[in-house]
Design a protein around this ligand. Structure first.
Ligand code: HPA
Ligand code: ZN
Length: 341
């Protein structure tokens, strides 16, 4: 069992968060408050009633609730408040740097908001968060793979005039049936904007989607990558090339990608030399922010030394500049000295 001292240590362990959907930080209390403020009719009348919905059989059953609650976000202030609520929690979880996904196709084409409203709100939240908590980072515009390619192209048109305000392109939502190869043109365009590229692959989809993300999208990190386990040759390649995986243990458990935390492949990946990181994905839905994900791994056979190595990987695999990485590494080294690891 993880004791209070270890729990406290994992909370202060300096780390970066590289796989976090800002819409997945919408806590049920805030969703109900926003629904009221914005006159959105939700089928639940109390937070307790809404909380009964948080049982998921797979990715799709989660996405249904996730998209439904996204309708409550309407104004730039809503997006700013959402970002600030996350950054406060992230700060209390030892996060020094956060690379944060958002799903603008849903806000613009499903919920009819202006792209600039969404971007302004999120960026204002990040500006205040950097000032208040010292958290650096950026936004990753995530292509929603089960929406139309026209909407993906249109969102890139909208993003282009302010391309310098975005760190990278991502690919998320329902995976099976929407292979990375469908999005090669969009990723090429994003790279021409000077953006980094990452993609969700191998969460529910096969290992071949990971290969496509690397070969056709030129993804620099793979989000999840759980099914890499099924392809030893590809696993060796990912290890050799130093492609980082952004693992999200509590998400995998809650979406039944794994049956128990002891089954999580992260320990095996680490043994095979794959660079892994620990992240929270959609913490308002999956029962914990990033420190709780480290804790869940501590409950399995991972040692404190391994958990510290994972935090180091999160810094190295981030898109922070060298000066910022050096600062974060120094903070991690002081933490190690103070804690004797
Ligand atoms: N997987 C795919 N799409 C998502 C996720 C996820 O875990 N969270 C939000 N969108
Ligand atoms: Zn995700």
């Amino acid at each position: 069992m993880v004791g209070t001292a270890q729990r406290q240590a994992l909370r202060t362990l300096p780390k970066a968060e590289l796989h976090l959907h800002i819409e997945g930080t919408l806590e049920p209390e805030l969703a109900m408050k926003l629904a009221q403020r914005n006159n959105i009719d939700l089928p639940w009348h109390t937070v307790e009633e809404l909380e009964r919905e948080y049982q998921f059989e797979n990715l799709q059953s989660f996405l249904d609730l996730y998209y439904q609650l996204m309708q409550t976000l309407r104004t730039a202030d809503d997006f700013r408040d959402l970002m600030l609520a996350y950054l406060e929690r992230a700060h209390n979880n030892g996060v020094m740097h956060a690379e944060i996904f958002f799903d603008p196709q849903v806000h613009v084409f499903t919920n009819h908001l202006d792209y600039n409203t969404v971007l302004d709100g999120l960026r204002e939240g990040m500006r205040i968060g950097r000032e208040r908590y010292g958290i650096s980072g950026g936004l990753i515009l995530s292509i929603v793979r089960d929406m139309s390619l026209e909407s993906a192209n249109a969102i890139l048109d909208m993003a282009e005039p302010r391309k310098n305000e975005i760190l990278g392109i991502g690919l998320d939502s329902a995976e099976v049936g929407y292979p990375p190869e469908l999005f090669a043109d969009q990723f090429e365009r994003a790279r021409s904007f000077g953006w980094h590229a990452v993609a969700h692959a191998g969460e529910e989809g096969p290992a071949d989607y990971i290969r496509q993300a690397l070969d056709l999208l030129r993804a620099e990190r793979i989000d999840h990558g759980t099914h890499l386990l099924d392809d030893t040759e590809l696993m060796e390649r990912v290890a050799r090339d130093g492609i980082a995986l952004t693992c999200c243990p509590l998400s995998n458990l809650r979406l039944q990608v794994i049956n128990s935390m002891n089954e999580h492949p992260i320990a095996r990946f680490m043994r095979e030399g794959v660079t892994c990181t620990v992240n929270s994905d959609d913490p308002a839905y999956f029962g914990g922010y990033v420190a709780a994900n480290y804790e869940a791994l501590a409950e399995t056979r991972l040692s404190m030394e391994q958990l510290v190595a994972l935090a180091g990987n999160s810094i190295d695999a981030s898109f922070a500049d060298d000066a910022r990485k050096t600062t974060m590494r120094a903070q991690l080294d002081s933490w190690r000295t103070a804690h004797g690891f």
